[in-house]
Design a protein around this ligand. Structure first.
Ligand SMILES: Cc1cc2nc3c(=O)[nH]c(=O)nc-3n(C[C@H](O)[C@H](O)[C@H](O)COP(=O)(O)O)c2cc1C
Length: 400
C-alpha cells in the first residue's frame, strides 16, 4: 500500500474525522485536481449544488423533550429489503478513478453496513464482481448508452448476476455543463491522445501516490458493462457522445420494464407530474433527485421538491431522495418529509477518494451515529416513527 494511502486510512479512522466535511480536504490532498473537481463540482454556476445542502437549513426540528429513548431502531424497508439504516449508496460514475477498488469496495462497505449499493452504468468494474463483493442488496443504474441492444445486454447480465432492481436515470438527456471538468481537461485526461493530455499533466504528476495506484490498476478500462454488440466494451472516448444519444423516454421505460421484468426505480424526479408518470410507467419507487446539481443548474434543491412528489405519489409507491445529504440530521429531515430513505453520493465518494474502503466505511459510520443521536435528541424511538410533526418548513414551500 503506498504511503499516502496508509496515512489517509489512519486519518479517516482518527477521531479528527468527525463529520463528512472532514473527508473533503483529505480527498483533495490524495487525488489530482481534475478527479477531485469531477467529484466535488456541479453544473454551470453550481447554484443547485450549493442549494441542495443549504436548503436543509430551512427545515427546522420540533423535538419532543423529556422523552427517554434508550434504544433507537434505525432500520428502513426499501423495495422489500430491511436496511440497517435509511441510507443507500448512490450511483457514482468513474468511482474507479477515485480509487482502484472503486465500485467493488464501495459495494463491499455498503453490504458490511447492512445497506444497499447502486452501481452506475459508468463503472470501471464488471457488474458481476461488484455484485459478488456485497452481502447486501445491489441495484443497477441504467443509462441507455450504446443503443438498445447494449442496454438489453446489460439488463440481462444484471438479472443473471443477481441485481435486485433497475434504477433508471431520467435527468441526463445530455451531460450537464460541468465547467470545472472542461477547465481541468478531464476529457483529454480520460480519453485523449498523449499530446492533448500534456497541458493537464502537472496536476496528475503532483499526486504521485494516486498516479502509482492508477497506473498499477491499468488506468480506467473501457466500460465493462456497456458492451456494444460486435465491438466490445465502450471506449471512454465515446461516453459523452453516447450519453447525449441516450435520453430515456416514458416509452423506453415500458420496453425496459418488459425486458427486465423486475422492480424499476425512476431517478431524477422533481415534480408531482413526473412522479405520476413514473407510477403509470410501472415504477415501484422514484428518487427525488437533481443528480447532485450536476445536470440542469437552477432546478429546486431536492429537499424542497420532496414534499410535492410525496403528495403526488400519495403512498402508491416508495419515495427516495438524494442531493446534499451530508449529516444524519439531513437524513432525518428527508424522512420526516416523506422519504423512505435517502441516497448519498458525495458523502461516501469523498471517503472513497480519501482512503478507499476505509473511507466509505467511516462515512457510513459517521452518518449512522449522527442518525442515532438525532433520533434521541428528537425524542423519537425509530426511523419508521418519524413524520411531519417533527419538522417545520417555510410557509412558501409547495406542499401538494
Ligand atoms: C462524481 C459523481 C458521479 C455521478 N455519476 C452518476 C451516474 O453515473 N449515474 C447517476 O444516475 N447519477 C450519478 N451521480 C448522481 C448521484 O447518483 C446522486 O444523485 C448525487 O450524487 C446526489 O447528490 P449528493 O452528491 O449531494 O449526495 C453522480 C454523482 C457524482 C457526485
Amino acid at each position: 500500500m503506498p504511503k499516502s494511502q496508509i496515512t489517509n486510512s489512519r486519518a479517516v479512522a482518527s477521531p479528527r474525522v468527525v463529520s463528512i466535511s472532514d473527508f473533503r480536504p483529505l480527498a483533495r490532498r490524495r487525488v489530482p485536481k481534475a478527479v477531485f473537481d469531477y467529484l466535488d463540482g456541479g453544473a454551470e454556476g453550481e447554484v443547485t449544488l450549493r442549494e441542495n445542502c443549504r436548503a436543509f437549513e430551512d427545515v427546522t426540528f420540533r423535538p419532543r423533550h423529556a422523552v427517554a429513548v434508550p434504544q433507537c431502531d434505525l432500520r428502513a424497508r426499501v423495495l422489500g429489503f430491511d436496511l440497517s439504516l435509511p441510507i443507500l449508496l448512490a450511483p457514482v460514475g468513474y468511482s474507479r478513478m477515485m480509487h482502484p477498488g472503486g465500485e467493488v469496495v464501495a459495494a463491499h462497505a455498503a453490504g458490511a453496513a447492512g445497506t444497499a449499493y447502486i452501481l452506475s452504468t459508468i463503472s470501471g468494474h464488471r457488474m458481476e464482481d461488484v455484485r459478488a463483493a456485497s452481502t447486501g442488496p445491489v441495484f443497477y443504474q441504467l443509462y441507455l448508452m450504446g443503443g438498445r441492444e447494449a442496454s438489453e445486454g446489460a439488463v440481462d447480465r444484471a438479472r443473471v448476476a443477481g441485481f435486485s432492481a433497475l434504477v433508471v436515470t431520467i435527468d441526463t438527456a445530455v451531460s450537464g455543463m460541468r465547467e470545472r471538468d472542461f477547465r481541468n481537461g478531464m476529457k483529454e485526461l480520460v480519453s485523449g491522445s498523449l499530446w492533448s493530455k500534456i497541458p493537464y499533466l502537472p496536476q496528475v504528476l503532483s499526486r504521485p501516490g494516486w498516479l502509482a495506484q492508477f497506473l498499477l490498476d491499468g488506468g480506467m478500462p473501457p466500460l465493462p458493462n456497456v458492451v456494444i454488440p460486435g465491438q466490445g466494451p465502450m471506449p471512454l472516448l465515446d461516453v459523452a457522445a453516447a450519453l447525449s444519444r441516450s435520453t430515456v423516454t416514458w416509452e423506453d421505460l415500458r420496453w425496459i420494464q418488459e425486458h427486465w421484468r423486475g422492480p424499476i426505480v425512476v431517478k431524477g424526479v422533481l415534480t408531482g407530474d413526473d412522479a405520476r408518470r413514473s407510477i403509470d410507467a410501472g415504477a415501484v419507487a422514484v428518487v427525488v433527485s437533481n443528480h447532485g446539481g450536476r445536470q440542469l443548474d437552477g432546478v429546486s434543491p431536492s429537499i424542497r421538491a420532496l414534499p410535492e412528489v410525496v403528495a403526488a405519489v400519495n403512498g402508491q409507491i416508495e419515495v427516495l431522495m438524494d442531493g446534499g445529504v451530508r449529516r444524519g440530521t439531513d437524513v432525518v429531515k428527508a424522512v420526516c418529509l416523506g422519504a423512505r430513505a435517502v441516497l448519498c453520493g458525495r458523502a461516501y465518494a469523498y471517503g472513497l477518494a480519501a482512503a478507499g474502503e476505509a473511507g466509505v466505511a467511516r462515512a457510513l459510520e459517521i452518518l449512522r451515529t449522527d442518525l442515532e443521536r438525532t433520533l434521541k435528541l428528537l425524542g423519537c424511538p425509530s426511523v419508521s416513527a418519524l413524520d411531519r410533526s417533527y419538522v417545520d418548513v417555510p410557509s412558501n414551500w409547495r406542499l401538494s
